[in-house]
Design a protein around this ligand. Structure first.
Ligand SMILES: NC(=O)c1ccc[n+]([C@@H]2O[C@H](COP(=O)([O-])OP(=O)(O)OC[C@H]3O[C@@H](n4cnc5c(N)ncnc54)[C@H](O)[C@@H]3O)[C@@H](O)[C@H]2O)c1
Length: 282
């Protein structure tokens, strides 16, 4: 069982969406300290209003795709003697358009934020967790790691990669008896704004509060995987049982998955500093 009360947590992308909600819930459940890393100064300013009254919350403007900035931010934690018990690798972006409309920068940035950053930050924090004999790493992947629908090719690739890495890491840490847990989270679409415009024919779009609450429950129970909703668990089984064209029929004609991104426009008011994260880091 992973304990929350009295522990120190770090959430990337923790100034918006489910990251902000998980941060709030961690503080409400008695976490001693919360570190929020986010690239957006605008989102950080807004998140302060929610989180500052709840206790010791430290904000750091970090672009997690910048490995040197991540290493410098980890060095700042270490210099202060801060030990992270719970790392939630949550920051993510989506470029919702056909692959041929992706620029090379879209590809690089999606893979750097959604995949590489999780590995680099975990690599930097894991030795401390292993030496203390405890810790928990939560990796937010996506149901897109189990089904590859049109208009999210690079996003799906980034989440497939996270899922493979995350569960390999879990097994390594379990085999060597480190006491460090890993939970991989695969949610369907969530009403946070990130995927605004998506259509879902049969499966209701998830509510952010519910998602955040269930992730923390999974962490407390040391769950290996969390699929949301539960029907997402069936995807690998269907893929194994059905011929691909039959699976296409079920997912696309019945569930409408292939057309779900047709009207995607994403968050309209996405802070300019998320799109163009240059500027002074304060
Ligand atoms: N919203 C969904 O439908 C959905 C579904 C499945 C999985 N997910 C995953 O859940 C996670 C959170 O999604 P959300 O809907 O809460 O998103 P969100 O857009 O509300 O929040 C993401 C936060 O990450 C921050 N961020 C973006 N790039 C960053 C970077 N380079 N460095 C640091 N911070 C950065 C943003 O500023 C923002 O505050 C993501 O990994 C996403 O892929 C979301």
């Amino acid at each position: 069982m992973t304990q929350i009360a009295g522990r120190t947590a770090l959430i990337t992308g923790g100034a918006s969406g489910i990251g902000l909600l998980m941060g709030r819930m961690l503080m409400e459940r008695g976490a001693a300290r919360l570190f929020v890393w986010d690239v957006s100064a605008t989102n950080i300013d807004l998140a302060r209003v929610t989180l500052d009254p709840l206790g010791t919350v430290v904000f750091d403007r970090v672009d997690v795709s910048d490995t040197e900035a991540v290493r410098a931010a980890v060095a700042r934690l270490e210099a202060d003697g801060t030990a992270i018990d719970l790392l939630i690798n949550n920051a993510g972006i989506v470029v919702g358009k056909p692959f041929l409309k992706h620029g090379h920068a879209d590809i690089d940035r999606t893979l750097a934020i959604n995949t590489g950053a999780l590995m680099h930050l975990t690599r930097a924090l894991l030795p401390g967790m292993v030496s203390r004999g405890r810790g928990h790493v939560v990796n937010i992947a996506s149901a897109a790691a189990l089904v590859s629908n049109p208009n999210m090719s690079v996003y799906a690739a980034s989440k497939w990669a996270v899922t493979g890495w995350s569960d390999s890491l879990r097994q390594e840490l379990e085999r060597s008896g480190t006491g460090v847990r890993v939970t991989t989270v695969l949610p369907y679409y969530i009403h946070t704004g990130m995927f605004d415009g998506v259509r879902s024919r049969l499966i209701p779009i998830l509510q952010p509060e519910d998602v955040a609450r269930r992730i923390l429950r999974a962490v407390q129970r040391d769950a290996v995987f969390l699929h949301m909703p539960a029907i997402v668990r069936l995807l690998p089984l269907l893929r194994g049982l059905l011929p691909t064209r039959a699976l296409d029929f079920v997912l696309n004609r019945i569930f409408g998955v292939a057309s779900s991104m047709d009207d995607f426009h994403g968050r309209q008011e996405t802070a300019k500093d998320v799109r163009e994260p240059k500027g002074d880091l304060s």
